[in-house]
Structure formats: structure tokens, C-alpha cells
Design a protein around this ligand. Sequence first.
Ligand code: UGA
Length: 435
Amino acid sequence: MKLSIIGTGYVGLVTGACFAEVGHDVVCVDNDSAKIRILQFGGIPIYEPGLEELVKKNVAAGRLRFTSSTAEGVENSEVIFIAVATPPLADGSVDLSFIEKVAREIAAAMTHYRIVVDKSTVPVRTGDKVAETIKRYCKARVDFDVVSNPEFLREGFAVEDLMKPDRIVIGVRSQRPVPLMRELYAPFTAPVIVTDINSAELIKHASNSFLALKISYINAISIICDATGANVQEVANGMGMDARIGRRFLDASLGFGGSCFPKDLSAFIKIAEQVGYDFGLLKEVQRVNAEQMNRFVKQITDTLWVLKDKTIGMLGLAFKQNTDDVRMSPAIELCRRLQQEGAILRVHDPRAMEKARAVLKDATYVDDMNEVAEGCDALVVATEWAEFKNLDLERARKALSHPILFDGRNLFDCAEMERLGFVYRSVGRKGLSER
Ligand code: UGA
């Protein structure tokens, strides 16, 4: 099938590449011509495991191309995906101006029946607005259908999540686009849920908010664990074996971040408010998340006392592992909080150093994770990169003025760290010496 994807961010680019991989003919469109040039010359503007190979392979096979012309995409495609940004506004609601602009551009370029699919995360009832806009701006007065098809990929695992989705949600106003949408997704062999547009839009916000709630829940449990000497990982393992609960998204941490959960929670609270419901439960999720960061900072200041002029080594800058994305990263926030207290930072991330440099100044960026601890008073783990587990702990212990490690991601084993001579502080787990 012939498709175009408007917006080449994380969702748009990965979706385009995966659709091409299963044999569709895909045009990716973006009004950022500099980005399109990078893509046309074989570059990838983001780091996402497996994406570069996928893009190269499908460009070479002639199934994937890039343009900055929306009209070109619309002319050549039966199905047009909208995957543009929906950033937050100051009051927590969603800025839908990019969606509206793209809807007008699509309408202006439409000369035949088209299916317009919204993949961006949007408030419930946006589909109706998109349909109204297209109708208003389509001079050719052709038929069209608007579909909501939310995306559930995680950064860092985006290709894997897209190629093997848990479910495909298709929200429609009529049955007309359903056969084509099913055909489009047939190669992915995942269960397809066909529903009305409002429900599809809600599925996305409700899912992300629930996952955030799950993390805040285990983070709240981590506080009880800290107070009682229980181990939050063991509690999570025991809870997770109940199939009704599940183990995933029960890793206690210094809090969740990224460009989705914080924004989607605020948006969902606002949406609820607009329909007359005070979503206090989600406000509590936000509060627990903010508190988790405060508690982690306090743990550091309680242990190190005065931070002014102390040197702290930071492992991790990305908001999570396997990505170079530092938007709303808890690691960056932690760096800023420590800098406010006067700490001097030596920082490292396997992928996110370049993007971090733009937002985190006055830190020493260290290329080798094993050199971060040199001359430091303490080491902090802020992102759950698997390679941090291979840190040369013996070398780090010797390099630190006193071997203190704060682990905001529970990557190491408490007993093992104590055996190696570390003062080791993590989230919801106490070592023998602390109990
Ligand atoms: C999230 C959802 O997981 C995706 O399903 C959704 O499609 C996406 O948002 C989106 O709306 O676009 P993402 O933000 O890429 O994906 O990353 P997650 O893996 O969900 O992690 C979010 C944050 O939660 C990270 O800071 C991560 O470190 C933290 N986290 C995650 C925890 O602290 N504990 C956990 O157990 C899991």
C-alpha cells in the first residue's frame, strides 16, 4: 500500500521505516527541510537501536523516501498518517496547532478519497476537530475518513515495539476505512481492536497514565521498604508474578521522565478537568514522582552533608536507557539540583552526551564511564543503562575520595557492593550496614 507519514520524529520515522520493512511504499514528510536533507543523505537525526539499518535497507529497496512537501505525500498515498508533535502548553494542556496546520495542508492537497490517520498523542475528541478542519479546507470536496491509531512504542525499543505490538487500536467514525487499515497492519500479526475515535484516543492517555501510576505506586512502596528494611525489588518480583499485576513497570527509581509520561499526565488531568472531573489520583502520581526526586537528592545531601565544591560523578543523562533523548530527563534534573547546591559534576552517558551538552552547562563530559569517578567524592547512577552494570567497580572504588555510590536505578546488588567496600545507597533497598 502507498502511505505517507507526516512528521519524522520518534514515532513518525520509526513507523515509516517499519511500514516500509513489511513491504509498504512509504513517503516520510517533514517541514524541517534540514532534517529531511539529513535523512535523504542517509543520516538519522535520533539514536534508536536498529533504526539506521532499517532506514538504509528500505531506502535502498526503494520503499522509503523523504520529502518536505506535504502535497507530494498526499498525492501519492491512500493513507496519510499524522505523527507531528503535540507539546505541552504552560497550563498542562496540549498544543494542537501542529495537528491543525497539518490537517489544513492535507485538506488543501487532497483530490481523491484519502484516509487520514492520527498517530500523535492527542486529547479525546481531537479526531472530530481534525475531520471538521479537513472538511472546511478541502476545496476539492472529496470524501475522506479520519482514523485514530495511537502508538505505544517505547523509545529505545521502538523498532521492536512497532514490529511486535501488543495490540493495534483503530478508532473510526464509519466502517469504510476498516478493511484498508486491517490490510495495512496485516503483516504485524497483532490483535486489532476497532473502536470509536474517542475511545481510541482515550486508550492512549489512559494507558500512559496507568503505566506512570504503576511506577509511582512502586516508588511509594519503596519508601515503606526504606523505612522497614524490606527490599522493593523482591516486593516487585512477588507482586509481578500475579498475572493480574505483571512485573513490568514496577522498577523503583528516582522517578519517571521523558517526553511522554509527564506531558500525558498533565494533559489527561486537564482533559478530565474540562469534562468536570477532578482526577486526583493522577495528581498524586505526579506528586509521588516529584517527591521521589526530592528524596533522592536528600539522601545525597544527608550522606555528603555540604555539596558546595564537592565533585560528583554522574552516570547517565538520558531519561532512560537505549536512547539519546534528554527531554524531561530525571538525570538532567538531578544534575541541576546538585549544581544548585554548588556541586561540581563529571558526567557520562553512552549516547546522550551531545544532546545533554545543549541543556546542561558547566559540567565535565567524560567519554569513558570508567574515568568518571576520578577525583570524585561520590558516584551517582541516574539512568538504567545495562552497560553501567559492567562498570569497573574496583577502579571506581579506588578513584573516589571515599567510596560512596548512590544508585537511582537499583542496578547493583546491595550485598555485593558492601562486600566490595562501597557505601551504597539505592531506592527502597537497604544494605546490611544500614538496617
Ligand atoms: C512511554 C510508554 O511506555 C509507551 O508505551 C508510549 O508509546 C510512549 O510513552 C509514548 O507515549 O510515546 P517512553 O516514554 O519512551 O514510553 O519510555 P518508558 O519506557 O515508558 O519509560 C518512561 C520513564 O519511566 C523513564 O524515565 C523510565 O526510566 C521510567 N521507568 C520505567 C521507571 O522509572 N520504572 C519502570 O519500571 C519503568
